[in-house]
Design a protein around this ligand. Structure first.
Ligand SMILES: *[C@@H]1O[C@H](CO)[C@@H](O)[C@H](O)[C@H]1NC(C)=O
Ligand SMILES: *[C@@H]1O[C@H](CO)[C@@H](O)[C@H](O)[C@H]1NC(C)=O
Ligand SMILES: *[C@@H]1O[C@H](CO)[C@@H](O)[C@H](O)[C@H]1NC(C)=O
Ligand SMILES: *[C@H]1O[C@@H](CO)[C@H](O)[C@@H](O)[C@@H]1NC(C)=O
Length: 590
């Protein structure tokens, strides 16, 4: 990889030069039939504020310059450049007219959007270019597998390749005429057949990929194999399937090392390796994963007995996070997770804002030491945006106390805090039935409901008079001789605007609190985004919030709080102002 490529890209990223490209996809899509969005009736209740002045627009998360985005597609690291494709509606801030937009980065922080990579041109994708993945083939040749919507609105799988491998940006992609390479035949539901994964190669030299599907309520990961990436043959049974769960969207299947944080290329298998299988469940609009073993010779994935393979199972993120996808970054030898976070405001608001949807901060992902779950942490590159820092340590939070974190721009910050609790033995008893629904528990036991050990944590995006705040906090319960730690990201008080979606998200944390009383929390706050990492990334929750205070001149507050009987100590707290991450649009499409 030539440094000149880096420099060239970097120059384009840091210089606000709007190079104007002309390209012709627009004509090509004009006649296609799409799911066209109809302008909804204006809501009768007008918002008490103007939402067009971008107060909710994130400044360091990947966000579209305008219009709707959803799933990350085919992320990859290729010859020194990160490529992020994503589902995009070039015509508005609501879902529809879906194509693959294309952004480039050398640091996962600053992005340059170039022209769209894949858009309807052929019969096999004339009604839409939906999600898919990239695979790097032998000879360092990238390939994309994606779902096309054909003239009969059937979902089919297609392949696409870069037109010019010497172009460092891989700007143009072609779709061979032999597409589709996988069709919904032999009992596959043509309306439930989509989102092919990154392919992996087995020891027999054959490529494999899975496509998400369902029959009635049976969720399925249909397995295909190919010697040449051109002719794909369906295996006799799915890689994995689960009853009573419905459509599996955006499956992801990849190896992780039993020990250490190093990532693995998707084709690696063998001793010291486990596999992670993730699906996005259309039924709940949340994602679930299991850790297990991949038996290549049997073409089967079997989750470990410690992994719950149902809607009560593990999630990467217990909040607004969906359609995620990982990729292997061969540069830094790590596996990176990208995910979409949708808006929680109304469609009317989205139209007024002119944009909808963001990508969460890319997260490094590895298997926890206990082998039962994954751990996620924002990529280290994001720390390059940290500016002015404020620090606190050794402070005590008595019951009902609140401590302001001063000297930081609270609407755009990165906060890391370690708490220490005492008096664990006085934790409230835990009812076993609560295990299946942490979100419900967070709804009942909110930040303002006093407890014994907790609730304690952070109040973010708070108004001066505390009529608005988002509470990210922990609460510890006692169950027999053990402790159960609940983490909540409670948006119920996040905004005085009645029309926005304000759930109290929650997940349990496999914490070390029993050993030393300590628990950590990191929050990435970015206007309408609150992305939180409990216990060093063991439990993650993303909330989207729309406080009115962001549209006023008054100060936005950040506080540490404790509403539990037992005193909580802040071992250390660091908070940084965050600079903007650039998303430059050089695609010039309308
Ligand atoms: C391929 O890309 C290289 C590098 O950008 C460029 O110099 C060359 O002209 C391109 N070839 C074609 C056929 O477009
Ligand atoms: C096929 O998928 C569509 C779309 O989800 C669904 O409405 C239909 O019931 C499915 N048919 C079967 C047999 O599962
Ligand atoms: C509290 O502050 C918000 C905005 O910061 C304002 O809209 C609201 O009217 C205030 N409420 C009270 C009771 O002062
Ligand atoms: C995001 O928006 C909220 C509020 O409208 C919905 O309840 C969620 O289902 C939706 N999430 C996804 C993944 O679409």
């Amino acid at each position: 990889m030539a440094t000149s490529k880096f420099n060239a890209l970097f120059t384009v990223i840091i210089l606000p030069v709007a190079a104007v490209f002309f390209f012709s996809w627009k004509q090509a899509t004009v006649d296609a039939s799409h799911q066209v969005f109809k302008e909804p009736e204006r809501s009768k209740m007008e918002s008490p504020l103007s939402i067009t002045n971008n107060q909710y627009r994130p400044s360091y998360h990947f966000r579209p310059p305008k219009n709707w985005i959803n799933d990350p597609n085919g992320p990859m690291f290729y010859n020194g450049i990160y490529h992020l494709f994503y589902q995009y509606n070039p015509k508005g801030a609501v879902w529809g007219n879906i194509i693959w937009a294309h952004a480039l980065s050398i640091d996962l922080v600053n992005w340059k959007i170039i022209e769209p990579a894949i858009y309807p041109t052929k019969s096999f994708d004339i009604n839409g270019c939906w999600s898919g993945s990239s695979t790097i083939l032998p000879g360092n040749k990238p390939a994309i597998l994606y779902t096309g919507i054909d003239p009969h609105n059937r979902q089919v799988q297609n392949v696409a390749f870069p037109t010019n491998l010497s172009d460092p940006y891989l700007t143009k992609w072609y779709k061979p005429d032999y597409n589709p390479v996988m069709a919904p035949i032999d009992g596959i539901n043509a309306s439930s057949f989509r989102d092919p994964t990154t392919a992996w190669m087995g020891s027999d030299g054959q490529w494999r990929t899975v496509v998400g599907s369902k029959i009635h309520l049976l969720g399925k990961a249909i397995l295909y194999k190919s010697k040449d990436f051109v002719k794909w043959k369906r295996a006799s049974h799915p890689l994995h399937s689960v009853h009573n769960i419905g459509m599996w969207e955006c499956p992801d299947f990849f190896p992780v090392l039993l020990k250490g944080r190093r990532g693995l290329d998707t084709s690696v298998n063998g001793a010291g390796v486990k596999h992670v299988f993730k699906v996005s469940l259309d039924m709940t609009r949340y994602e679930y994963y299991t850790v297990g073993k991949y038996y290549e010779h049997k073409d089967r994935y079997v989750p470990d007995r410690t992994s719950v393979d149902q809607k009560t199972g593990l999630r990467y993120d217990y909040g607004n996070f969906y359609a995620s996808k990982t990729f292997y970054d061969g540069g830094k030898k790590r596996r990176i997770l990208c995910g979409w976070s949708n808006e929680s405001d109304s469609q009317t608001d989205d139209i007024a804002k002119g944009w909808a949807g963001i990508q969460t901060i890319p997260r490094r992902l590895w298997l926890a030491k206990n082998g039962r779950q994954v751990v996620q942490w924002p990529v280290e590159e994001i720390e390059s945006l940290r500016g002015k820092r404020t620090k606190m340590k050794g402070l005590k939070l008595k019951q009902g106390s609140r401590l302001e974190v001063k000297g930081v721009k609270a609407s755009q910050a990165d906060v890391e805090v370690v708490f220490k609790v005492s008096g664990l033995e006085r934790a409230e008893p835990f009812d076993h039935s609560w295990l299946s629904d942490p979100e419900k528990l967070c709804t009942q036991k909110r930040a303002d409901v006093p407890g014994n050990v907790g609730p304690f944590g952070l109040l973010v995006l708070a108004s001066n008079n505390l009529t608005e705040y988002t509470a990210v906090f922990f609460r510890v319960f006692k169950y027999r001789s053990r402790y159960v730690t609940l983490m909540c990201s409670d948006a119920t008080r996040s905004s005085l605007r009645p029309e926005v979606y304000k759930p109290a998200f929650g997940g349990f944390v496999d914490s070390q609190i029993q050993k030393n009383g300590k628990i950590s929390l990191r929050c990435l706050i970015d206007h309408s985004v609150v992305e939180s990492f409990g216990e060093n990334g063991r439990t993650c929750i993303t909330s989207r919030v729309y406080p009115i205070v962001l549209s006023t001149k008054s100060k936005v507050g950040l506080y540490a709080f404790n509403h539990g009987l037992e005193t909580v100590k802040i071992i250390k707290l660091k908070a940084w102002d965050m600079k903007n991450g650039n998303v430059l649009d050089e695609s010039s499409y309308v």
